[in-house]
Every structure is written in C-alpha cells, then in structure tokens.
Design a protein. Structure first.
Ligand code: CUV
Length: 629
C-alpha cells in the first residue's frame, strides 16, 4: 500500500470510530492506524512469503525473480517450498487457536461431569443428549452429569491420535468424505494434525510444496469439523443454544452514568461468569454506593459475539473498535481471555483510568493485572474483577469522557436450531426457496477487520450487494458488528433485498442477514451446508453457497477460509495471504484446488467486484443443479 497519509474518513466507515480516532489524535494516544503507517511499506520478501526463519543456517530470503542469485535458501529450499512451509505453519497456528479454545470447553464439560465445579453446569440438557446420541454415547440410564463426563471423553479422543478421525466429520455428506479420503486429507485428530504440520515443516521433512499444501487443508478441516465445531457445540451445551433476540451495537452501548466493563477475547467461559457477576445484588449496591447508576457489561470481538448470541448482551465493537472503545474514557475495566487482543490495549488503558485484566493462564499481558480464572474459582474471580471496576469508577475523569450517541438495533441468535425452528422444523422451506430462486444462494460473510482496508467498508457493501441479488447472508465474527451497525440485522432491512429474498424474509419475519455467531461458530455454517447437501443428495461443492472474509487479518481466519474451501465452499478473501512469492502455491489456491476439492479462493479488495465473483459461483452451481440462475 502507498505511504500517503489517509484522512480519518478514509480509515473507517463509521462516525463512532472517526470521532474516537480524532479524540485519540487530540489526546496523543497511538492507535493501530498510526503503527500501520510506521510499518508501511512492509518487507516485500515477507509479504510474498519468501523469508524463512526456521533454522539458524539462515534466516534466508528467496529472490522472487526466477533469475540471479538467492534462488534457494541455505538448505536448498526454493520459492515454492518456502511459501508452502510458511503457509502451512500459518494455517496450523489458526487451527491450533480455535481448537485450543475448544479444548477449554471440553475441560469444563469434563469438570461438570466429574462434579469438580459448581460455577458451570449444563444449561441445555436436550442438546447434551442430542450430541450424545450423535457420537454414540449411551445415556439411557445416565444422569446429566454422567452423560457430560462420557461426552467429554469422546471429544478428548477427537483431539488425540487414539482414534483416526474427528466425530463431527460424519456431518459432512458422504461424497465430501470420499473426496477427502481420495485426496488424503481426512482429518484424523486435532492435536495430531496440527503437530504433524510443525513436524512436516521442519527443515528436511516434507519438501514438496503440494504435499504441504494438502496437509494444510487437512489441518484446516480438523479445525472446522473438529476443534471449532466442538467449541460451538459444547458452548451451546454449557451456556444455552442461541435463540433469536434483540440487542444493540456500536460505542453508544457504553453508559455515561454506569460502570462500564468490556469483555474481549473469545471464550464464553470467562465472559459468561462476568455476566453472572454484574447481576449480583451486592455488587450492584456497591456500584450505587460508588455513585454509579449501575453496572453495564458490553462485548467486543468474538466473546462479545458469544454473549450477544446467547444472552443479548450489547456489542461495543469489532476488532478495530477495541482501542477506540477505551479512548471514550468511559471504560472502567476491560477483561480479556485470548486471541485478537492487541497488546497496545494495555498501553491505551494506561492513558485513562481503565483497568486491564487478563484471565487466562495461556495469555499474559505485560502491564495487565492478572486474575486467573479456573473452573473452580470463576464466579469468585468474576466478582473480584467487578469490584476492581467499581474501584476504578472513582477515578474516572468526566472531562475526558466522550461517548458517541445512537446505538443500532439488531437481531441475533440464529443457531442452526433456531433457523430450523424459524423454518417450521425442517430445512424444506429453505430448500424450496433455493429451488424456486427466491433465495438464489447462501453466503457466509465472516472474519476480522484489517487496518489496511477502510474499516467495515467491504463487509457492509458486500452484504448489501449480495442481498440485492437475493442471496441470504449469514454473518459471524467481526463482520457481524459491521452488518449490525449498518442496520442489516433487522427484519426491515429486507426492504434492501431483492424481491425474492424480501418476500421470504417478510413471511418468516427474519432479517436478510442472520447473525450465526462467533468465529468458531463458522462451524454452524459447515453443519448447515452438510444438512442442505444431504437433503438434496449432493456434495457441498454442488450447493449455491459461498463464503467471504473481506477484511480478514488473522491466522485463524486463514484456517477458516481453507476449511471452507476444503469442504467445497468457494471463498472470497479481501486480501491475499502471504503466498504470492510462489506462482505454484498461488495458482493452487486460486484455481488448482477446484480440481482437488471442488472449490478455490478468489481475491479482491473491492466489495462490488467480490459480489460479482460470488454471484458467478452461485449461478454456476444453480445451473449445475438444474435451477434457474
Ligand atoms: Ni474470532 S479472528 S478479529 S475476533 S473475526 Fe474478529 Fe473474531 Fe477476526 Fe478476531
């Protein structure tokens, strides 16, 4: 990208963001955009994936031009292998992150099962039993607790190499599983597949770029149908399966007269306990004694999505709003677990009266107060954290508080169970709508923000273009907040949709964009695709569906994109991963994968072009099914 300084209006679509960026500039607070500017231009070797730092014969840089010196690293690896190794580790890190988050849910479920915790319980016993049936856990004569313990055992094996396979892969259509089998990318075990990637990419192990790329697909699948899907299903089991409900989003969900606590990160294990604690009558009294009207809890990023989906807790913002939320000067305390938490937040908290609290043994932040949460102390620790916020409120400087006005209303809570319920208990109405063309296709818009792109511009415009074309949009992760702020998560946004989608939304009373959850909840979309494909007797790659991560930045998002593609779903990315130093790997991603798994990636930073690319895929697939385009 060019080094020219962008105006505030070019950094974000939103007024709440622009106001806070201006406030940051006035107050001399550094933000992600300032640091991006300092880092631009980036190292071109790194941008193309052509640096290797995996041993101390190097580090090496591979010449991207196929002549002259430095065509190979010291070990002899050329551009293709170097790019593939880097990409493989990138995917492994993403898969590891979702899956290690899933592991925490398995641990809590086990603790519930073994009676080791009273802070957590099974809130959705029906779902527990449904899952037990699905993975073959006998529960006829078992208590809820015993069933929980037995189910946790099964998922522990999904992480291991005791069994060759992950339980929920059975949700994929048989045709899809055969594709994986034939290609040699069937996921075998979450930890096994991730660890094997680290092994394969050590110097002198897998030295064929194609082979590493295929294992990357397997690692991604073990995330999507393994770690992420386990995280989603067990979060529902422990905290409740989401049902449609109303809430609000943007920075105005912060309250000037209340103690504001923000939860940031990913795991409902921490944020759900905070939600319990802020409702404690004793703590509410303490808050009033400190002069506050109440205690206000709001979410950021994916743990915000978890609380929004299940409990309707308001959403303060997505990834690029996390720093700006603190710059309001109205936040007493930010409590984090892991992932997507910019280390800069500790510094920014220090510019105000804001306390910054880390909670996970695996995610310490220099300068933060560490209050470790375990399943035996979580409620007590959550109360301690709320007390810290009450204390901090006394130090708030009203002169420095500026909260943008006007929260946006949104609808949330569209778990697959809720979607099926809205359809009257079977997927048939959706299938009929797809067949008669009133809904031409279904597209998941997912993922992060990236400061290289104008904040939320791509999310919002892509969604608007797609619904105009009668494409139903499912949203997760940070994309959700963008689409919520744009008003697209409300039923009356059906007015912006094409006539077919509009009539379907109006008859069901649903918005044209459905919030289906956090990033791990992209597994819900995989599951839904499996259900639709099975109902039609086809493979997922035959469906008129697609995915898009228009503003992605993280390793996790890359893993999501790759498991979508490896599951047969065409996937658009707003920015390419760092692979362009290899023509071979780039061609594989953009075209070659079509021949292997029936889907590939498309890249464009332009949401209007992206909508056309996705529309072309939907047309092709509709034609393939013998439907009107
Ligand atoms: Ni997990 S991974 S910035 S919070 S969506 Fe948001 Fe979602 Fe990307 Fe992170």
């Amino acid at each position: 990208m060019s080094k020219e300084k962008r105006s505030i209006e070019e950094l974000s679509l939103w007024e709440d963001a622009q106001r806070m960026i201006a406030k940051a500039q006035r107050e001399g607070v550094e933000t992600v955009w300032d640091r991006l500017e300092e880092q631009t231009p980036h190292c071109t070797f790194c941008e193309q994936g052509l640096t290797c730092q995996k041993c101390v014969m190097g580090p090496c840089r591979i010449n991207p031009k196929d002549n002259g010196k430095k065509q190979r690293g010291v070990c002899g690896a050329g551009a293709d292998l170097t790019v593939a190794r880097n990409f493989g580790r990138f995917i492994a890190a993403g898969a590891a992150s979702h899956s290690d988050h899933g592991r925490d849910l398995v641990e809590v479920l086990e603790a519930v099962g073994q009676g080791k915790t009273t802070d957590y319980a099974v809130r959705d016993e029906d779902k527990l039993r449904r899952l037990a049936d699905e993975v073959g856990v006998e529960h006829g004569d078992k208590s809820v607790q015993e069933t929980a313990a037995a189910l946790a055992e099964v998922f522990m094996d999904d992480y291991s190499f005791r069994r060759n396979g992950v339980s929920f892969a059975a949700r994929a259509p048989e045709k899809r599983r055969r594709v994986w089998e034939e290609t040699g990318i069937t996921p075998r075990g979450v930890d096994r597949d991730v660890v094997e990637m680290m092994h394969r990419t050590h110097m002198g192990v897998d030295s064929d770029a194609t082979s590493i790329c295929l294992h990357s697909a397997r690692v991604a699948l073990t995330d999507g149908w393994g770690g992420s899907m386990i995280a989603t299903e067990l979060s529902d089991t422990l905290f409740g399966t989401p049902q449609p409900r109303q809430s609000t989003a943007n920075l105005s969900v912060l309250k000037e007269d209340q103690i504001n606590i923000l939860v940031h990160g990913h795991s409902p294990i921490v944020s759900e306990m905070l939600l319990t604690a802020v409702q404690d009558p004793d703590l509410l009294q303490e808050a009033r004694d400190a002069g506050a009207a109440g205690i206000n809890l709001a979410g950021l990023c994916c743990t915000g999505n978890e609380l929004l989906m299940r409990q309707g807790v308001p959403m303060a913002g997505n990834h690029l709003m996390t720093e700006l939320a603190l710059i309001t000067g109205a936040v007493e305390l930010m409590v984090v677990d892991y992932q997507c938490i910019m280390p800069s937040l500790v510094t920014i908290a220090g510019c105000y009266h804001t306390q910054f609290v880390s909670t996970s043994e695996k995610a310490h932040f220099t300068g933060a107060t560490h209050v470790e949460f375990t399943y035996t102390n979580a409620i007590e620790q959550a109360r301690n954290v709320v007390r810290m916020a009450i204390e901090a409120y006394r130090n708030r400087d009203p002169q420095r508080v500026e909260i943008p006005e006007g929260p946006m209303q949104l609808t949330t809570g569209f778990s697959n169970e809720a979607i099926l319920e809205a359809l009257g208990g079977t997927p048939d109405p959706l299938l009929d709508a797809l067949k008669n063309g009133s809904v031409r296709g279904v597209v998941g818009i997912v993922g992060c923000n990236n400061p290289k792109l104008k904040h939320d511009h791509c999310h919002v415009n892509l969604a608007r273009e797609l619904i105009k074309k009668d494409v139903l949009v499912l949203a997760t992760g940070c994309a959700t907040v963008a689409l919520g702020k744009a008003g697209l998560l409300m039923p009356d946004a059906a007015g912006e949709a094409g006539s077919g989608l509009q009539s379907v939304c109006q008859s069901l009373g649903i918005p044209p964009v459905l919030h289906v959850g956090s990033c791990v909840d992209n597994a819900r979309i995989l599951h839904l695709c499996g259900v639709l494909a099975n109902a039609l007797g086809v493979d997922i790659s035959d469906l008129p569906v697609a995915a898009s991560a228009p503003e992605w930045y993280s390793e996790k998002a890359a893993a999501i994109g790759l498991y979508a593609v490896a599951s047969g779903i065409y996937t658009h990315l707003g920015l390419p991963p760092n692979i362009q130093g290899s023509q071979m790997v780039t061609d594989l991603a953009l075209n070659g994968l079509n021949d292997v798994v029936g889907a590939a990636f498309g890249v464009s930073p332009d949401p209007f072009e992206a909508a056309d690319m996705i529309d072309a895929r939907i047309r092709e697939k509709r034609k393939g099914l013998g439907l009107s385009e």
